[in-house]
Design a protein. Structure first.
Length: 104
């Protein structure tokens, strides 16, 4: 039984679509794109259980906002947990080599 509802913010949905499109169209790897997409979605969907067990980001200002992260493939999924509402908001999905501190 799910404890938390997982909600994708519009920009996170756009990030995920962009990842899929980049791998499919630019890298010309549709099978890999599907595998990466499903792997990221699986990690996101599993945040309905114990999302507060994942670490806060290593940036004091962002950590004060409660931003947490998980690694999915070569991508970082950033999210905020609202314990009182039993909700997890996915705020961004970014490649691990991007300057994520300035994008959050």
């Amino acid at each position: 039984m799910s404890e938390f509802t997982v909600i994708m913010e519009p920009i996170a949905t756009s990030d995920l679509r962009g990842i899929l499109r980049y791998i499919q169209e630019t890298l010309k790897e549709p099978a890999i794109a599907k595998r990466v997409y499903l792997s990221i979605r699986d990690k996101i969907n599993n945040l309905d259980q114990m999302p507060e067990s994942f670490p806060l980001v290593r940036d004091d200002t962002l950590a004060q906002r409660g931003i947490r992260w998980i690694l999915a493939e070569n991508y970082l999924v950033f999210f905020v947990v609202d314990s009182s509402m039993k909700r997890v908001n996915i705020i961004r999905v970014l490649h691990s080599r991007r300057d994520w501190q300035n994008l959050l």
